[in-house]
Design a protein around this ligand. Structure first.
Ligand SMILES: Cc1cc2nc3c(=O)[nH]c(=O)nc-3n(C[C@H](O)[C@H](O)[C@H](O)COP(=O)(O)OP(=O)(O)OC[C@H]3O[C@@H](n4cnc5c(N)ncnc54)[C@H](O)[C@@H]3O)c2cc1C
Length: 336
């Protein structure tokens, strides 16, 4: 590693922020490429979204499925095995628009690094009602693609009125016997085509002007307590599952003023690469993905970031090396 006079004493090659499938995959690749990555996992949210779920059945390589927290522990161990420096800390402040980036951690340390990978994920919006958290992974879900399969021939609900709620509801009709869409308003926000499709599906029923007041169940969801948004009148709905589809927020708070974001609020990247609008700053996983948001796509995106960082560092170091003046060779005749 080349350290110029203007740079701090220790400049790391790369710091990864976030320890979901994107961050750990990037760490595995970069550690194996001898880039000595530091990974800030997040102090209380290490392992990312899959720490909040039970069984993951669609991550390749586990024919019997694997519990979300076990999958993330495996990823951590794999990154550690190749020498990734894993720190259970938050990044609290970033300075990204300079050749040597500055990352302040929750412990007050300041790290300096040539490259940074932003892998902070995206948070599904929650209903914020009693029972939701306790029954998460036990009937409360935010992802039909992930969990729909568990609800064969069951009576379930979807909360929301936008395109993604309609998409989730339509997808869930492949498994469930009945899908009830609960929407706070009297009409959908979804595009006409998605609304028409959902309304035409025999398995989907709508309850309008209704919000969820509580999720109930002993160990697993059995009932929703509802409230009419116009009259306040309470009611209930017996279901074994509820899919919350009221949106998600990419976790960009820390750097949203420094890199370009897309209209959807995700990190903007150049084409299929992980390169953000700032040189040396890369993004991976759900933080850049408004569409797919799966563990395997996040892991693939972490791999892309690692390879991009590797190439970018090689180019940067080569051009820095080219700038270092070579000592003149003395060709003058040696005086006798
Ligand atoms: C309940 C649930 C169940 C799911 N089930 C499945 C499933 O079965 N199959 C599937 O493929 N997908 C599933 N998903 C989706 C999947 O979890 C995500 O697509 C995936 O985790 C995204 O990976 P990521 O690495 O981009 O982000 P995340 O997993 O969200 O990780 C983000 C990381 O960033 C860290 N972070 C954030 N801010 C900071 C900071 N300031 N400093 C340091 N660290 C920070 C967090 O601590 C976390 O480690 C599920 C999601 C949920 C919510």
């Amino acid at each position: 590693m080349i350290v110029t006079e203007q740079t701090p004493d220790q400049v790391h090659d790369v710091v990864i922020i976030g320890s979901g499938p994107a961050g750990y995959t990037a760490a595995v690749y970069m550690a194996r490429a001898n880039l000595n990555p530091i990974i800030l996992t997040g102090s209380v949210t290490a392992g990312g979204e899959l720490m909040n779920t039970t069984e993951v059945e669609n991550f390749p390589g586990f024919p019997e499925g694997i519990m979300g927290p076990d999958l993330m522990m495996n990823m951590e161990q794999q990154a550690r095995r190749f020498g990734a420096d894993i720190r259970h800390e938050d990044a609290t402040e970033l300075l990204l628009d300079q050749p040597i980036k500055q990352i302040t951690t929750g412990a007050g340390d300041v790290l300096h690094s040539r490259a940074v990978v932003l892998a902070t994920g995206s948070a599904y919006r929650e209903l914020g009602v009693p029972g939701e958290k306790a029954l998460s992974g036990h009937g409360v879900s935010w992802c039909a693609t992930c969990d729909g399969f568990f609800f064969r021939e069951q009576n379930i609900a979807v909360v929301g009125g936008g395109d993604s709620a309609m998409e989730e509801a339509l997808f869930l009709t492949k498994f469930a016997s009945k899908v009830t869409v609960l929407h706070r308003r009297g009409e959908l926000r979804a595009s006409q085509i998605m609304a028409d499709r959902a309304k035409a599906n025999e398995k989907i029923e709508f309850i309008w002007n209704t919000e969820v007041a509580e999720v109930q169940g002993e160990g697993k969801v059995s009932r929703l307590l509802l409230r009419d948004t116009t009259t306040g009148e309470p009611s209930s709905l017996d279901v074994t599952g509820v899919f919350v589809a009221i949106g998600h927020d990419p976790r960009t708070e820390l750097f949203k003023d420094q890199i370009t974001l897309t209209e959807e609020g995700t990190a903007w990247v150049e084409g299929r690469t992980s390169r953000t609008s700032l040189p040396g700053v890369f993004a991976a996983g759900d933080v850049l993905d408004p569409t797919y948001r799966q563990a395997i796509t996040a892991a693939g995106s972490g791999c892309v970031a690692a390879l991009d960082v590797e190439h970018w560092l090689a180019d940067t170091l080569n051009s820095e090396a080219a700038k270092v003046p070579t000592p003149p060779t003395n060709t003058a005749p040696v005086p006798s």
